[in-house]
Design a protein around this ligand. Structure first.
Ligand code: SF4
Length: 344
């Protein structure tokens, strides 16, 4: 069966989105450009979000002491070893709040990534790799790897019209996406995890972004303290009404050294951590209610196990979790948006 998004996978996948946009696989390269966060530096608070551990998400090549160009080059080499078929890349400004500087400085930083447009490998691609790539992908795999745009991760309270105008300009020649940490649609949850903004702020930022014609992504966490499963499932209807291009979902993972880890170790009864089977069925129930136009970039998180204090299944690789989700969707004969109530 071919679903409304144009392929036979049971959800609107990120790989399908990029294939439609760019004709092939696109890989994100994380860049740490040395941004900070107002929820940590005292402007909003000093504690940060109680779950926050940026270090757990930073790949090894991604360090602010390296230039953006160097991070791009090392990131491309890293991904070329892992994903042989990718030759188009997005510079992904990921850790902390990547719009938290004056606009002129932001322009300079983003421009450095966009100027890393074409990249020559420091070592020749080995012949077996080239041969299999040639079989797999024809000419595309032999093209020079290159950066085709930027993805900017930030807080929804750190964007404004002048930034949107600038991003709208550069997206005439490059792909640009803004990705917001929203985490929950419930203000009481946002307050409880010391997020420092409410849901209305997130909604306003998302609408402003899409009003400027800029693709917009959002990140949500399932399992934050105080949210029941019913509340989490009901969030699918709220999220479905937002003009989002992509969403990322993460099961709550509790990282060592965070305020949440302290709370968890002191009062584990305040938390409901999903076990794997329960989570798989939960995200499928959620996806059934989700607007099928919204691309699901991730269903679950994956971080190196050494950072975690929480359940063992969260040490599984994302590919393994995704395969289980897709298999279960097949068994349940269901798909994203199957019971979505809105307009497609
Ligand atoms: S806004 Fe992001 S970087 Fe800042 S404390 Fe929260 S999770 Fe961490």
């Amino acid at each position: 069966m071919i679903y409304p998004w144009g392929d036979n996978r049971r959800f609107n996948s990120y790989s399908n989105y990029f294939t439609k946009q760019f004709g092939g696989r696109v890989q994100k390269i994380s860049i740490d450009a040395g941004f900070s966060c107002p929820n940590r530096d005292g402007k909003i608070s000093t504690g940060g979000c109680t779950f926050c551990s940026n270090e757990a998400f930073n790949p090894s090549y991604c360090r602010p002491e390296k230039s953006i160009k160097q991070q791009i080059e090392e990131g491309i080499e890293f991904h070329q070893r892992r994903y042989r078929r990718a030759n188009k890349y997005l510079a992904y400004f990921q850790p902390f709040s990547n719009t938290y500087k004056p606009l002129e400085e932001l322009k300079n930083i983003y421009q450095q990534a966009l100027e890393g447009m074409s990249y020559q490998p420091t070592q020749p691609i080995d012949s077996s790799r080239t041969a299999s790539a040639r079989n797999d992908m024809g000419r595309e795999a032999l093209e020079t790897p290159r950066i085709i745009g930027i993805v900017i991760g930030t807080r929804p309270d750190l964007v404004d019209e002048p930034l949107m105008q600038y991003l709208n300009e550069i997206q005439k020649t490059h792909y640009v996406m803004l990705e917001y940490g929203v985490e929950s649609v419930y203000d009481e949850t946002l307050k409880r995890v010391n997020r420092g903004h409410d849901f209305a702020t997130a909604e306003k930022a998302i609408r402003m972004t899409t009003d400027y014609g800029i693709p917009c992504g959002a990140h949500f966490i399932f399992g934050l303290p105080g949210e029941s499963k019913t509340m989490m499932l009901d969030a699918a209807d709220t999220i479905s009404r937002l003009p989002l291009t992509t969403v990322k979902f993460h099961q709550l993972q509790i990282f060592k050294g965070t305020l949440m880890a302290k709370e968890y170790l002191e009062n584990p009864e305040h938390f409901h951590l999903f076990d794997l089977e329960e989570y798989i069925d939960f995200v499928i129930d959620f996806a059934e209610r989700l607007n099928p136009n919204i691309v699901i970039e991730r269903f679950a998180g994956e971080v190196p196990p050494r950072y975690l204090v929480s359940e063992p299944w969260m040490k599984l690789r994302y590919d393994e979790v995704l395969a289980k989700i897709e298999k279960r969707m097949e068994e349940r004969k269901t798909w994203q948006g199957r019971i979505y109530q809105g307009i497609i």
